[in-house]
Design a binder for this molecule. Structure first.
Ligand code: FES
Ligand code: FES
Length: 159
């Protein structure tokens, strides 16, 4: 069946089977391979995308349920040469190693920061708790996010 939705601000129409997962649609039909295929079981968060601004595991989310909704992948926020300021912080802190988890972690963090610009470290840890990282131990990831939060807080206080 033909499903209409927006991906990264662009209107899309895809022919999707009733049991087709959003991960497959994004990777195989729209060639958005930043959405990673990990556990395919809703456990690792590698396939995270934002649906109307909220993180969802696209490997267990039916494409038909995305009809008329807005999906954002990491490309909505930054790309090589034009990184999101949060991605700059991740780079500065050496937050990622293999990078497999990076799109999902970044999208979960952006979703939190859009709802709550000044989260506590505990709130940050909770927001990214569904995104498994096998490499980093999360220390630099959390430091980078908190650095970003503090910088934005300071900029607001200067106004
Ligand atoms: S691939 Fe979707 S949660 Fe692991
Ligand atoms: S940096 Fe390798 S899984 Fe997170």
């Amino acid at each position: 069946m033909l499903i209409h939705f927006h991906v990264n601000g662009k209107a899309c129409a895809v022919d999707a089977a009733p049991d087709e997962k959003l991960l497959d649609t994004l990777r195989e039909k729209l060639q958005i391979t930043s959405v990673k295929r990990g556990c395919e079981n809703g456990d690792c968060g590698a396939c995270t995308v934002l649906l109307d601004g909220r993180p969802v595991a696209s490997c267990i989310f039916l494409t038909v349920k995305a009809r008329n909704h807005s999906i954002q992948t990491i490309e909505a926020f930054g790309e090589p040469g034009h990184l999101h300021p949060l991605q700059e912080k991740f780079r500065a802190h050496g937050a990622f190693q293999c990078g497999f988890c990076a799109p999902g972690v970044t999208l979960s963090a952006i979703s939190l920061l859009n709802q709550n610009p000044t989260p506590t470290e505990e709130e940050v840890r909770r927001a990214i708790s569904g995104n498994l990282c096998r490499c980093s131990g999360y220390v630099q990831i959390v430091e980078a996010i908190m650095d970003y939060v503090e910088e934005r807080r300071a900029a607001r206080e200067e106004l």
